[in-house]
Design a protein around this ligand. Structure first.
Ligand code: OGA
Ligand code: NI
Length: 351
């Protein structure tokens, strides 16, 4: 049994043939998803209804953004404008992709974090010591025409459906960026204007059922390196968010997205909106799929705290130096998804 599993590249192809988690996936006791530490009450992160965003209640909704971004950094949105059909088709084609035979999937396998389209497993197989119970297909998708020909051509509708989804989510992100910019007291196009030509990546995360889900993670605690993440998840729970010293489980609500702030938002807002720890746990009977869209600056964009949010006299000096997103992104992938974020490397030291 052991010999056959060690030759497999993807955890999907190990999961189905083991009744115990292989040792390379087992975390130290102090670093496991201890269920008694988690608030599963369902009373979780804010839910913002975007229906009236362009009506007379805009100011009120912007206020909800300010609260959600500063107190949680995580919120859910409904009436977001991405058609139900688009979401359904995306989820279905993602599932079909991962259900293809191993020989079809591994064609896309690469451990090179610089590749713009690749299937991989865990987080960064080149740098981590313990593996994670996840496979993922990562795609760059802005502008779509630069990347679509690299995307998987099987299932045959993969490219068309993914392009439609990416376009629709991008339109939503641009609306969110305006609302977030306003909620920071900035002009509505400011955040968008700091992103250069903009970047958009997607991951299709596949978490197979796991025989011993208390020994390992789908994804261990981490902060996202990008600007904001818009996450679509299926009906299986698994996401947990760290808030006030506790992990809270975020249970899926159909037709909502989960939005969270990433490191670049923390820098641009000069710590007003923090990038927050989150993780994904696995379970013993159901596979789980999540599809995050990582919206980010283009690699040449120079990111730094916005002038209006800096005030040396009132004791809110610039906390970070400016840097290019390329510089940041490289540092991020170099480390093994450590809980300490690479944002600290860009802090201006107090003298
Ligand atoms: C991620 C992530 C959470 C999830 O891919 O960065 O945090 O629920 N995913 O899969
Ligand atoms: Ni994440």
């Amino acid at each position: 049994m052991q010999t056959s599993t060690t030759s497999k590249l993807l955890v999907s192809d190990i999961a189905s043939s083991v009744d115990r988690v292989p040792s390379s996936y087992i975390r130290q006791i102090s670093d496991r998803p201890n269920i008694s530490d988690v608030d599963i009450s369902g009373d979780s992160i804010p839910l913002i209804d975007l229906q009236e965003l362009y009506g007379p209640s805009r100011a009120n909704i912007i206020h909800q953004f300010a609260h959600a971004c500063s107190s949680y950094s995580f919120f859910q949105i409904k009436n977001h404008g991405v058609p139900e059909k688009t979401i359904e088709r995306m989820m279905t084609v993602a599932r079909e992709f991962f259900h293809q035979p191993e020989s079809e999937r591994v064609k896309h396998y690469s451990a090179d974090t610089k590749k713009t389209t690749r299937l991989s497993t865990s987080f960064n197989v080149g740098s981590e010591k313990v593996s994670n119970w996840r496979d993922f297909l990562r795609l760059h998708c802005l502008p779509i025409e630069d990347f679509i020909n690299e995307w998987p051509s099987h299932p045959v509708s993969f490219r068309e459906i993914t392009a439609e989804y990416a376009t629709s989510v991008r339109a939503l992100v641009l609306i969110l960026l305006e609302a977030i910019s306003e909620s920071l007291g900035l002009e509505k196009d400011r955040v968008s204007n700091t992103l250069g030509k903009h970047g958009q990546h997607m991951a299709l995360n596949y978490y197979p059922p796991c025989p011993q889900p208390d020994l390992t993670f789908g994804l261990p605690g981490h902060k996202d390196p990008n600007l904001i993440t818009v996450l679509l998840q299926d009906e299986v729970s698994g996401l947990q968010v760290f808030k006030d010293g506790k992990w809270i489980a975020v249970h899926p609500i159909p037709n909502t997205f989960i939005v969270n702030m990433g490191d670049q938002m923390q820098v641009i807002s000069n710590d007003k909106y923090k990038s927050v720890l989150h993780r994904a746990v696995v379970n013993s009977d159901k596979e789980r799929i999540s599809i995050p869209t990582f919206y980010c600056p283009s690699f040449d964009a120079v990111v730094g705290p916005q002038q209006e949010l800096i005030n040396e006299e009132e004791d809110s000096p610039a906390i970070y130096r400016s840097f290019t997103y390329a510089e940041y992104y490289e540092k991020f992938w170099d480390r093994a998804l450590a809980t300490e974020s690479c944002i600290d490397t860009f802090k201006i030291s107090k003298t």
